[in-house]
Design a protein around this ligand. Sequence first.
Ligand SMILES: *Cc1c(COP(=O)(O)O)cnc(C)c1O
Length: 282
Amino acid sequence: MVPMNLLRGADGPAVYALTGSWGVMAIEQARLEGPVQVAWSGEDDNFSGLPDPEQLQADPLAAYFHFTSNETIQGVQFSVEPDAGSVPLVCDASSDFLSRPIPVNRYGLIYACAQKNAGPAGVTIVLIHNDLVERCTDSLPGYLNYRKHIKANSLYNTPPAFGIYLVGLVARWLSEDMGGLEKMATINQEKSQLLYEMIDQSDGFYQGHARPECRSTMNVTFRLSDDRFEADFLAQAKSRNLVQLKGHRSVGGIRASIYNAMPREGVVALRDFMQDFLTQHG
Ligand SMILES: *Cc1c(COP(=O)(O)O)cnc(C)c1O
């Protein structure tokens, strides 16, 4: 929907920072609507890093600058927004939305599916700046036009009311029980740090995928020094009720997704298991 609304008929290209699998898919979709410029790509590095702000040059005429704040599959996460100058910043924040505070006024558009940190699948959250709403082209079918949704108060169609209600409960849990997004961010930092410390102190037995300065607080991705240990790692983990740790089929290895809903105790249990497994095999 982003390229349909903002790139169709625009004067300039859409610019993308390509930092992982979701970026690949976003670009594929954008090319259906207009010219795309890739301002930076981590592909040659197996998507283990992120651009320095100085490495980014967005064409000032660009329709928008798109980035993925957290690449869910590779486990690389921007700690600050890339600098796109005067070009509207568009972000796929699907896998870290509500995991930390962000300066919303720096963005032209933020989109996020709910099912990582915010609620059940079936809800998508879009925040769009008023200036960009004006650009949404009338050539689109109504449902695909952001302006139509806004005009109809997000009731253009019958929305999934129950899913939206759950997102409301999660938002209340975050603000009232967790004490706000600052607190949630600190907890998420601490959780991920437990695993990254384990990786860093394992003498290379565990090898983190993301470069240390780009590490995600949401998806901790790593390999075992010997791939032959992987099946055993997953089986033993499962016997301790530590499940869904297999990395995405496109990259392999191990991925611990530790979204808001994963309590610290769960991460500690994984860290302790990693220590035991290392003692056994290291
Ligand atoms: C999960 C995710 C999506 C959306 O996934 P759907 O299965 O299409 O809802 C998009 N972008 C990122 C970065 C994600 O993590």
